[in-house]
Design a binder for this molecule. Structure first.
Ligand SMILES: O=c1[nH]c(=O)c2[nH]c(=O)[nH]c2[nH]1
Length: 337
């Protein structure tokens, strides 16, 4: 009558903190991550027949997250690939692309009935404090809700695919953005604007060309941080400098620039909420007495205050609704000419 058409299970919200202490300098480096592991494979009977013999307990997955670090099982290979022991020790859970790949490969290598392992690693910000102008050896600040996100999927016989990204990066510009020329009809009330506030919480990502296996990921290690830095820099620079015609056009420019800067990336995607800041219109709901026939929906009801158009200084940030603009951009196939 019914059949299981897809199934995946695992552990989510595994929180991990790791410190590296440099014995010589006393400098500590910390990483905090939230990890999700989901497995797929020959696990149907656990759903349909209460057969737990095929189940890797999610508790064991959590333990694996705590216990699997990118050394030393492939140390020989690391060294032959030009990665030194020191580097692996200094950055044991970084870059997150490597950590996620090692974890996901571990699951398909350890359990023959598991065909695919999806590992998501969210890295939270702990930025070193500057105290009296100097970097502090062991104190850090959470400077924003922005996270670095990675999802690695290892498939039996199918290599490893990796999607990297950034989310929660909140930005605003107070000019340099317009929106006009859009469809106007009986549903349109929005006035065209040549100068507006633009604010968004950036969610962006880039999909790497597929990796044949863990060795290929290891060989690319230096590229992952560079791609994250380039994508972040491009996002901020384009946001700040583009004379934006729309969120759509500005985000396309970001994608185009990232594809040009990071050759190993196949596609770039953005999801940008348009967080509106409206000029004030409508009366405050705070019991201001009726202003009779001279009611004004802006601030002019109070001593003729000018706060519209070029005089606008006080705005009302909107929590909802918000626009939501998304795209994925790929490389154009090379011309055969
Ligand atoms: O950049 C924008 N794109 C839109 O599609 C849109 N729609 C809207 O109401 N405001 C905006 N702004």
């Amino acid at each position: 009558m019914s059949q299981l058409s897809s199934a995946r299970y695992g552990k989510d919200n595994v929180r991990v903190y790791k410190v590296h202490r440099d014995e010589k300098t006393g400098v500590h480096t910390v990483v905090e991550m939230t990890v999700c592991v989901l497995l797929e494979g020959d696990i149907e009977t656990s759903y349909t027949e209460a057969d737990n013999s095929v189940v890797v307990a999610t508790d064991s997955m959590k333990n694996t997250v705590y216990g699997v670090y990118p050394w030393p099982q492939n140390l020989k290979q690391d060294i032959s690939n030009g990665l030194t022991k020191v580097m692996a020790k200094q950055h044991p859970v970084t870059p997150p692309e490597l950590f996620a790949s090692i974890l996901s490969s571990h699951f398909i290598e350890t359990y023959s009935h598991i065909h695919a392992a999806h590992v998501k690693v969210i890295t939270h910000r702990w930025t070193r404090m500057t105290i009296d102008g100097k970097p502090h050896p062991h104190s850090f600040i959470r400077d924003g809700a922005e996270t670095r996100n990675v999802e690695a999927v290892a498939r039996r016989g199918g290599g490893i695919t990796i999607h990297s990204g950034i989310s929660g990066l909140l930005v605003l510009k107070s000019t340099g953005s317009a929106f006009h020329g859009y469809i106007r009809n009986e549903y349109t009330t929005l006035p065209e604007v040549w100068d507006r506030i633009l604010s968004t919480e950036v969610e962006c990502g880039w999909t790497w060309k597929p990796f044949a296996g863990l060795s290929a990921v290891r060989q690319s290690v230096p590229k992952f941080d560079r791609a994250w830095q380039a994508s972040r820099d491009i996002t901020l620079k384009t946001f700040a400098e583009d004379n934006s015609a729309s969120v759509q056009n500005t985000m396309y420019k970001m994608c185009d620039a990232i594809l040009a800067a990071v050759p190993d990336v196949a596609t770039v995607d953005y999801s940008l909420p348009n967080k509106h800041y409206f000029e004030i219109s409508g009366f405050p709901s705070c019991g201001v007495p009726d202003r009779g026939a001279n009611k004004k929906a802006d601030l002019s009801w109070h001593k003729g205050l000018k706060n519209t158009g070029k005089d606008a200084e006080v705005y009302a940030p909107q929590s909802n609704p918000n626009g939501l603009i998304q795209c994925t951009v790929t490389r154009q196939p090379k011309s055969k000419l």
